[in-house]
Design a protein around this ligand. Structure first.
Ligand code: FAD
Length: 305
């Protein structure tokens, strides 16, 4: 119930305008979002790199509604890739196709994303296409396989969500095509016709898909804060003789920093997803929905570092 309410609120721009003026909410945002500018974000990445943690930078912004906004969002990513290269930071970027104009037209979106991918390739970088709600899954994967992957190969990768029934097959295809996958549980509110309603089924699917990606995939990103699953990944790697260099763990900025540091100390690869920008509200509401205990943080309590 609380999760549904928070996910509903994540789409309410009026609520965002109100919340943005609230100092407490801003303080909460600072924990999970690396400021509103490229410079604050790059400084956050530099601090992570100093701890031997890689990053993936995400310019916050959900669906755009006109062509100029989509082209503007594409230019921001191109500029970001240039600034990353200038500072020599160890970070790639993540983007959402709806922020690149997917809701306006697929052709426009493809054109904008091509510009970003071309620049990423020039810099030897990588672009992850974040996965949004199930309304976009098929289109995102089709565009990836038909338009982006054949041209940019390992400079672009996808995200698969273990809460969707279809994901086991999507993992098999990705492994067959040798493309790079980030595996996560999934952050959107989905109907029981397309996704497991029960969390234990999502977790079990995650483990099955994680094993398949670790065994047969191309440098998968295991995006989760679930300690039991992370321990299972380590156990499986050791048992199957999978070298630590063949995959990476991924977590969100500001979440379980203790675990991020521990993973690095143990010699595993760790990447942190670093969102920044003015449009932080929907992102933050999804993080609250994942862990409503974070609400306590907003009201002054301290959550586990
Ligand atoms: P859970 O079972 O939800 O949580 C495991 C443990 O982590 C619990 O103890 C929980 O309390 C703690 N935890 C989880 N989230 C938080 C939080 N926000 N704050 C504090 N503690 C927390 N989803 C998509 O749909 N599309 C994407 O493209 C996408 N990209 C992602 C990229 C990265 C790097 C990560 C880490 C997640 C991404 N997600 C994405 C979100 C993901 O789908 C989950 O919603 C989120 O990671 C929570 O699931 P979990 O695997 O951590 O497991």
């Amino acid at each position: 119930m609380l999760r549904s309410t928070l996910l509903y609120l994540s789409n309410q721009q009026k609520v965002f305008r109100f919340i943005r003026r609230n100092r407490l909410a801003k303080r909460f945002a600072d924990r999970f979002v690396a400021g509103e500018t490229v410079d604050t974000a790059l400084d956050a990445v530099a601090a992570l790199n100093a701890q031997r943690i890689r990053a993936s930078l995400d310019i916050l912004g959900e669906s755009v509604h006109n062509e100029a906004e989509a082209r503007g969002a594409g230019r921001q990513y191109v500029h970001l890739l240039d600034r990353i290269a200038e500072r020599g930071l160890d970070t790639n970027v993540s983007l959402k196709l709806t922020a690149m104009g997917l809701d306006i037209s697929e052709d426009l979106c493809v054109e904008v994303v091509h510009q970003v991918l071309a620049r990423a390739r020039d810099h030897g970088s990588f672009v992850r296409l974040d996965m949004e709600s199930s309304d976009y899954t098929e289109r995102t994967l089709r565009m990836f396989y038909e338009r982006f992957y054949p041209v940019y190969g390992n400079h672009v990768g996808i995200v698969l969500q273990s809460y969707l029934f279809r994901t086991e097959q999507d993992v098999a295809r990705a492994n067959q095509e040798r493309c790079r996958v980030r595996l996560c549980k999934g952050a959107y509110k989905e109907p029981p016709t397309v996704a497991f309603p029960d969390k234990k089924d999502v977790d079990a699917a995650y483990v099955r898909e994680m094993h398949a990606l670790m065994r047969d995939g191309n440098y998968p990103g295991l995006a989760t804060h679930d300690e039991a699953i992370i321990n299972e990944a380590k156990r499986f790697a050791k048992e199957s003789g999978i070298d630590a260099s063949r995959f990476e763990f991924q977590m969100l900025y500001g979440v379980r920093r203790d675990l991020q540091e521990q993973i690095v100390r143990e010699g595993w690869n760790m990447r942190v997803y670093v969102p920044f920008g003015t449009q932080w509200y929907p992102y933050l509401m999804r993080r609250l929905a994942e862990r409503p205990a974070n609400l306590a943080f907003m009201t002054g309590n301290i959550i586990r570092e």
